[in-house]
Ligand binder design. Structure first.
Ligand SMILES: [Fe+2]
Ligand SMILES: [Fe+2]
Length: 280
């Protein structure tokens, strides 16, 4: 199926959620080569609700800052552009979760927990990965991990109960993306990547959403997609209580990220602590 045909199907049948104009404007500013944190702060201050959400995220323990951040100006200069872009995306996705949660039987809370654990694991793995010729930006990986299953939100919101039934039929040997592919002709990574493109998110985010199931062959994946793929599998094992089965990932973790089994085990331990903190 060509990308144009897929785009028509997805846009006509599902509808792409609109990002607030201010978020699109902010994404443009963050990606402009000559833009600085000050430009982002000026734009962001036009939307008090989004500013408040970004300040809340900047002060959350996940960013590990000692001093509290009171203003967008301060957040911009302390955290930098990449982290700010991640937070803007995170604030936007939070508002979509909030809206969709109201009208669907889909387990959005479960998906949210999975995405947050995946985002934190992505940062952790990015910090210890050894991929020849590649320098990963941990902040960017946070956004990649957080948004990797964006397509599920769109599908759950568009086809509601039939999507819930599809999810219920899946298990380890029949992953959801395969069931979606068989039933719909495309899967949530196609949907999420198209939405991310439409939202003008960075190429690394689009590619990690598109390739996070490693369906196109592990060797051809972008570095960010490799990280998110492993973080995604690991987050599933942690949250579904099947971490003992994660041994099957050791060779893949070494091949894709250059991380040894003992380093990976430490990352798993850390991820389990993070998952417990999120559950509280
Ligand atoms: Fe997925
Ligand atoms: Fe996932």
């Amino acid at each position: 199926m060509s990308i144009e045909v897929l785009r028509d199907i997805i846009e006509q049948r599902l509808g792409i959620p609109a990002l607030p104009g201010i978020v699109l404007g902010l994404n443009k500013i963050v990606q402009a080569p000559d833009a600085g944190p000050k430009d982002v702060a000026i734009e962001l201050q036009k939307d008090p609700a989004l500013s408040a959400q970004v300040l809340k995220l900047a002060n959350s323990s996940a960013y590990g800052l000692r001093a509290s951040i009171q203003t967008i100006d301060h957040a911009s200069s302390v955290l930098g552009m990449k982290a700010l872009q991640g937070m803007i995306a995170q604030a936007s996705i939070l508002s979509i979760y909030r809206d969709t949660n109201m009208k669907s039987p889909f387990d959005f809370d479960g998906l949210w927990r999975h995405c947050v654990v995946c985002a934190h694991l992505s940062v952790r793995l990015a910090c210890i990965a050894r991929i020849p010729g590649v320098v990963l930006v941990p902040d960017e990986l946070y956004t990649c991990g957080l948004l990797h299953d964006l397509g599920k939100i769109v599908l759950a919101n568009s086809i509601g109960e039939s999507y819930v039934r599809l999810v219920e039929q899946c298990h380890l040997h029949r992953p959801l993306w395969r069931a979606e592919q068989e039933t719909l002709g495309f899967n949530h990574s196609d949907v999420g990547a198209l939405v991310a493109l439409r939202w003008r998110l960075p190429e690394a985010v689009v590619s990690s959403i598109q390739e996070h199931h490693a369906t196109s062959g592990q060797g051809s994946m972008s570095a960010e997609a490799r990280v998110v793929h492993i973080a995604d599998r690991t987050a599933h094992c942690i949250l579904e209580g099947t971490i003992d089965d994660s041994r099957y990932l050791y060779p893949r973790v070494k091949f894709l990220l250059g991380i040894t089994p003992s380093e990976y085990k430490q990352a798993i331990e850390w991820g389990m602590g993070m998952a417990r903190a999120i559950a509280v």
